[in-house]
Ligand binder design. Sequence first.
Ligand code: ADP
Ligand code: MG
Length: 377
Amino acid sequence: MSEQSSSRPLIVMDDIVKIFVNAAGTFTALKGVHLTVYEGEFVSIVGKSGSGKSTLLNMLTGIDHPTEGRVLVDGVDVYAMSESQRSQWRGRNLGIVFQFFQLLPMLTLHENVMLPMDYADKYAFDERPQRALELLKMVGLEKQAYKLPLAVSTGQQQSAAIARALANDPPIIVADEPTGNLDSRSAAYIIDIFEELSRRGKTIVMVTHDPSMTERTTRTVVISDGELIEEAIVLALPMLSHPLMRAVHDRAERLTFNPGETIIQQKAPVDKFFIIAEGRVEVVLQVRGKEEVIVSHLGRGDFFGEVELTRGGKAIASVRAALDAPVRLLALSRPDFDWLMEASPMTAEAVGRIVQQRLQENRSQERRKRPRILGGR
Ligand code: ADP
Ligand code: MG
């Protein structure tokens, strides 16, 4: 069970553009977003206020429609349906949680949770009260079930809103800053609930502005001015601020190498910093003349070239694309790399630690009499 996700794409957003038109003119809120979410993933979407997070979720839920592009959820084209089909489909397939709970104030928590069951008509009429009670129990609200929303705390209101989102047992939960209006203790409790749902196999997409929440999800997507930052950058250099991630995204050169192709030659000069966006590379050391040792394998979100750029000098090992598939790289020039390390001291420190570690590995490899093949990091 788990943090593990299948490789079945459940949500596919394909080149989504959203342009708002109003009296002031037009505003492009999403500039061609591609996002695939696999079954079982718990994805957090982060980005500063106004970057397009809610707009993105609204494209996914069918609450608003894209100007261009396609959204497929479990193979269903969300915008090929009529408005009423879409609303039926949403009720059965998506559980939506908002920042401001949006419970109906004159209904008890129990009645609020039953409401989506009445719309979707998935569970028999007689089963609904018991099912609603079980859901409320799951989020720790069995004692509050028959209270009105305003009679319980804001954290409890959000817990009830989650129970409501689960009413029709949807495979996907979508949440827009679900902890944005809560104190830190209630927020922690709400995230516990989401984690539990993830363990039970739900696919979750959650917008959050709280960086501590992203540590609890299986994947982080950063949005900046209506564009997604290449995820390998977020994985490789997580300490960068979003504007700096964006700068890397914009400045990096995109390179592809064929299986087995050499990217860096040992002892040759290196003038780029490489981040692996897709595929794998082998780090290969020539030891005592002809013997070749694969020192390590690096994959998506790993980087190389930093040893040479920070220490000067020639490549301490060769790097080549693994044999199974081509490798896609993001490459920063030396001036851009130097600029980045200066702009983010924390990143420079993290990179520095990896440099030390790799130099040490390298030295111990060279000291070995008999070369040994090491596995991945
Ligand atoms: P976030 O959720 O990341 O804070 P939003 O997705 O709500 O950002 O908004 C992204 C941008 O789109 C903002 O600049 C916002 O002002 C604009 N926007 C959102 N909705 C509308 C709308 N209905 N009409 C015009 N502009 C909008
Ligand atoms: Mg928002």
